[in-house]
Design a protein around this ligand. Structure first.
Ligand SMILES: *Cc1c(COP(=O)(O)O)cnc(C)c1O
Length: 282
């Protein structure tokens, strides 16, 4: 199937366009003129939802986030090449090779070990020296020249054992230092998911997220501290390191707390069904 064959339901497209407009307005209302990247989290949603936002949102939505490596590879093959893909799901070593071969992979946001960073770097290097090994079929339309993969180091700011991510402190500094030494990766910044409970506690105040009395989300405060620590230890300007934090329930609070990138799924696309029922082509 090519994108010309993909059918977009006009009503569904209109709803998606309206939802993204609302989210963009909500971001702008708290961003105080800062540029905050919106990653539309399209995991488990069909490819034609994504295509609708690429073709019909104004300006086009091009940053999309996915959690499953295979689903991301399939969607990247199917959808326009100017999309900038983000892998935001739990990263396994076994994913690194297929991810590295996606020419328009913009960012891997879930780097949590030096081993996985090294694998991603190695496979990206192999791919860049032989781009015909692309995951895309030879008859696919031309892709922008692929380059380094941006990465976020994921920090486990909540300390929950079920969350992946690098422990705050020396481990995070060491991992960032290691990533910066790898030729085919670019350290864009830090990412956290955070504890749902804390998100819910702060999300009830969207009416005035700039209220100084609004509860401080400890995950966001922690990520910011880690960014400042990494910058100091590595001799960087903290402003050159991004903070990827904030999801549907808490993105406004995250922006007030300094987020440079929010990852919004269900507020844009609606609730997600079980993975077993998800379809890429509908
Ligand atoms: C699913 C997911 C999101 C989006 O979550 P919503 O609550 O649907 O906005 C953001 N970040 C990560 C890492 C995710 O897995």
């Amino acid at each position: 199937m090519t994108d010309t064959e993909m059918i977009i339901d006009p009503q569904r497209a209109a709803a998606l366009v309206s939802q993204i407009k609302t989210v963009r307005e909500r971001i702008a209302a708290v961003a105080k003129g800062r540029d905050v990247r919106l990653v539309a989290v399209s995991k488990l949603k069909p490819a034609n939802d994504i295509l609708a936002l690429v073709q019909q949102a104004s300006p086009p939505q091009l940053h999309f986030g996915e959690n499953y490596a295979q689903e991301l590879s399939q969607k990247a093959e199917l959808l326009p090449r100017n999309i900038q893909w983000h892998f935001i799901g739990g990263l396994q070593s076994g994913h690194c090779k297929s991810l590295a071969k996606i020419p328009n992979l913009f960012c891997v946001s879930s780097i949590d070990s030096e081993k996985k960073a090294q694998l991603l770097d190695k496979y990206r290097g192999e791919f860049l020296s032989n781009p015909s090994s692309s995951s895309f079929s030879p008859d696919s339309p031309p892709v922008p020249v692929p380059g380094k993969i941006n990465v976020h180091v994921q920090v486990n700011t909540s300390g929950e054992p079920t969350k992946s991510g690098c422990a705050p402190g020396p481990s995070t500094v060491a991992l960032c230092r290691a990533v910066r030494a790898l030729p085919n990766l670019h350290l864009l910044g830090l990412m956290t998911i955070g504890a749902i409970a804390r998100s819910m506690a702060t999300a009830t105040t969207p009416a005035d997220p700039a209220d100084p009395d609004a509860p401080v989300n400890e995950d966001f405060a922690c990520l910011r501290q880690q960014r400042d620590l990494v910058a100091a230890e590595l001799g960087l300007d903290p402003e050159t390191l991004e903070l990827s934090m904030g999801m549907s329930e808490d993105f406004e609070g995250a922006i007030v707390a300094g987020s440079s990138e929010v990852r919004v799924g269900s507020t844009l696309f609606g609730a997600r069904g079980p993975k077993s029922e998800a379809k890429i082509k509908v």
